[in-house]
Design a protein around this ligand. Structure first.
Ligand code: 5GP
Ligand code: ZN
Length: 136
């Protein structure tokens, strides 16, 4: 079995709170959300980061990221949405399977990366459904 946790999620051998998927990408809730509605968008094909990902997968991830951003805005109405993508340990990357973060932000809320608390399953499931439903 692959040691990559995101490949395990794609294969279904590890769980996730799925938001949406298409042929090349999967969107799911971050298990340690920086804010309610924190979604990750990944390519189904393993690639470490921006330097390795195939162009076709990168374009598909970008398309899905924009779709999820629209759904987050429609459903959660944050003041803004931060999109973040880290490349290499020195840049803060901790999971070495390419992913784009979408993090809803509200005016005045502090940008706190630590400490992070695991999201509750009921809340993550509910948010995944709401955002997924909004995507259609
Ligand atoms: P990075 O720091 O590599 O950009 O972000 C990795 C992200 O993946 C973190 O925000 C972390 O909370 C999230 N993460 C790590 N393991 C899992 C997991 O097993 N499931 C989910 N849904 N998210 C994970
Ligand atoms: Zn992987």
């Amino acid at each position: 079995m692959t040691e990559c946790i995101f490949c395990q999620i794609v294969e279904g051998s590890a769980p996730c709170h799925r938001v949406q998927e298409d042929e090349l990408t999967l969107a799911f809730m971050d298990i340690f959300p920086l804010a309610p509605g924190h979604v990750l968008v990944i390519p189904k094909e393993h690639a470490e980061n921006l330097f390795e990902i195939e162009e076709v997968s990168l374009l598909a991830v970008t398309r899905m990221t924009q779709r999820v951003a629209h759904a987050l805005r429609a459903e959660l109405e944050p003041d803004g949405i931060m999109m973040m993508q880290l490349n290499g340990a020195a840049a803060g990357q901790t999971v070495f399977h390419h992913h784009a973060h979408l993090i809803p932000r509200d005016e005045g809320s502090a940008l706190a990366f630590h400490p992070r608390v695991r999201g509750g399953d009921a809340e993550l499931t509910s948010l995944a459904h709401r955002i997924g439903k909004s995507l259609g």
